[in-house]
Design a protein around this ligand. Structure first.
Ligand code: SF4
Length: 312
């Protein structure tokens, strides 16, 4: 079976070819409640390892078939940074990728390993998960292998964010009744304020999870998003929007809402009823609202807010 999958298209990353560093089956140092793969005990090391040459040969074949690729995404049925030859693989991808960007999707657990840290520094884009900031909630939601500590993970992400020259994205996945308390959001907020990143995607379960847990609806996710510091680049991922019930907003409420948290078009469609959408459009036409771009995602914010932030 090829170690390459795709192309997969996403609005945020474009056309991507995925590399699966555990194509034989799940190998992960977490056993997350929400995992889309079957439950499996967390392990510290990969036991089935695909040779680098196999992956590079598969990648060359796929790139020949699909030349219009924006990004090569390093991922796994499990955690890609557990792959012991990651550094060599990244170097070899660099020799054949041309202008294509490289991206890794990681659960952050191995970032304290200096080899992994340095390998990730070579990539163009890195997306790291951070589902919790307190040890109790971290153990409950991500069910890590023995010895993995959330304090060390947060410290490593913070350090990485200070030296990484590419684009860093964070992702938080909320599970109902597990990591969605105000206390946990405040702890996450404190951690995130020290991390420099392009965007923080917050989302919830949208595919059958490994264990019997539930996601949040859009209103719950949106309410949580408002507990984060407005300066943080929080983005609610779009798959949750379908569950929303639109409500009426006055002009002032629209501006106050956008002042607390810049919103995307999808957010606005989900939150605002038809009249409020027209009011939003009028405010946009009048220049009272402007759009800003954060790594391929367009947000709307009050013009005054933009001036205030620039003045800081
Ligand atoms: S880190 Fe990813 S692959 Fe591993 S258990 Fe969690 S969701 Fe599944």
């Amino acid at each position: 079976m090829s170690t390459i999958f795709g192309p997969v298209f996403s609005r945020r990353f474009g056309a991507s070819l995925g590399i699966d560093l555990s194509s034989s089956g799940k190998q992960c140092n977490f056993d997350c409640l929400y995992c889309e793969l079957a439950p499996a005990p967390a392990i510290a090391h990969q036991h089935t390892i695909t040779p680098v040459e196999t992956i590079i040969a598969d990648l060359q074949e796929s790139l020949a078939k699909h030349p219009a690729i924006d990004v090569i995404t390093i991922t796994a049925n499990g955690e890609p940074t557990m792959y012991p030859f990651l550094d060599l693989l990244v170097d070899q991808i660099d020799t054949i990728k041309g202008d294509i960007q490289t991206l890794i999707l990681s659960n952050s657990a191995c970032l304290n390993d200096s080899n992994v840290f340095n390998s990730l520094l070579k990539l163009d884009q890195v997306k790291l998960s951070l589902d919790a900031a307190t040890p109790e909630v971290f153990k409950k939601i991500d069910r890590p292998a023995e010895g993995i500590d959330i304090g060390t993970i947060i410290e490593s992400i913070t350090r990485f964010s200070q030296v990484f020259k590419g684009k860093l994205f964070l992702e938080i996945l909320f599970v109902k009744g597990v990591n969605d308390s105000i206390n946990e959001v405040e702890a996450l907020n404190d951690a995130l304020l020290a991390i420099r990143c392009e965007r923080i995607d917050i989302g919830t379960i949208d595919r059958p999870p490994a264990y019997a847990v539930q996601g949040l609806n859009f209103e719950e996710l949106y309410a949580l998003s408002r507990h984060f510091d407005p300066a943080l680049p929080i983005h609610i991922v779009s798959r949750t929007h379908a569950s929303a019930t639109p409500s009426p907003y006055t002009d002032e409420e629209i501006l106050t809402t956008l002042d607390k948290r810049p919103l995307t078009r999808d957010d606005i469609h989900a939150l605002f009823d038809e009249e409020s959408k027209q009011r939003f459009q009028t405010l946009l036409n009048q220049g009272k609202i402007v759009q800003i771009e954060r790594s391929n995602v367009i947000f709307f914010t009050p013009t005054e807010n933009l001036h205030r932030k620039r003045a800081k």
